[in-house]
Ligand binder design. Structure first.
Ligand code: C5P
Length: 216
């Protein structure tokens, strides 16, 4: 098959998978995410001729051919890599399920089960940086910024809110039932123009359809 040149998106950055926020050396908080959609988008972008960098959280997936993969663990690691790479990118797709909070402190030793008469433990959480919001604030004019919204209710309303707050060009809205599934259905909402309801498709095919829309 002939490769189509992605004239608008030579350099593509994709984030995928969850992040891990460690409580102690063996325990962490995370989000449920297989990374499949992000990996499918990275593969599709490379297939269309893009020069693709994939910043991946901890997932059990093989690296798609011809892609530069950078593995990260925490939201702060992902933030540092994305911040470094973003300015030169033509297209950025933030498909990662970034943890919203992290423990204020990571214990150096494994926390013990018994701590006294109370059976309660408290973990103090602080907010992680919102990587996408930061990118939206300093987006170069040539750059296309795509966010994801995974929702358990009020899909379109919540997705539109994120599109606005995070100042992206597009948001891909999914129901939470796509986590770990081989297929997905999505609502593609542009910052200007009409929403596009995409049918249930294998994630590999959905990735190509999403790219065809965002690249115009
Ligand atoms: O977690 P939330 O539903 O707000 O995620 C929406 C979008 O924002 C996703 O594209 C996700 O990758 C991105 N995000 C981010 N940094 C965060 C939280 C979310 O870039 N700390």
């Amino acid at each position: 098959m002939m490769k189509r040149q992605t004239s608008h998106a030579k350099r593509v950055l994709v984030t995928a998978g969850p992040t891990r926020e460690y409580i102690d050396p063996v325990r962490y908080l995370s989000n449920d995410s297989s990374g499949q959609m992000g990996f499918a988008l990275a593969r599709a972008a490379a297939h269309l001729g893009g020069e693709v960098t994939l910043v991946a959280g901890p997932v059990e997936l093989a690296t798609p051919e011809g892609i530069t993969r950078i593995d990260v663990l925490s939201a702060r690691d992902m933030h540092a890599q994305v911040k470094r790479l973003a300015p030169k990118m033509d297209l950025i797709i933030m498909a990662a399920a970034v943890a919203d909070w992290r423990p204020r402190r990571m214990a150096k030793q494994k926390r013990k089960k018994t701590v006294g008469p109370s059976n309660h433990r408290t973990i103090e959480l602080i907010e992680n940086p919102d990587i996408l919001t930061e990118l939206g604030k300093r987006k170069p004019s040539h750059q296309i910024l795509v966010g994801f919204a995974l929702e358990t209710k009020d899909l379109e309303r919540n997705a539109r809110k994120k599109l606005k707050v995070k100042a992206c060009d597009w948001i891909v809205a999914n129901h939470a039932n796509v986590i770990g599934a081989k297929t997905a259905r999505a609502l593609l909402i542009p910052s200007e123009g009409k929403k596009i309801a995409l049918p249930q498709l294998p994630k590999e095919d959905l990735a190509l359809v999403i790219l065809s829309h965002v690249l115009g």
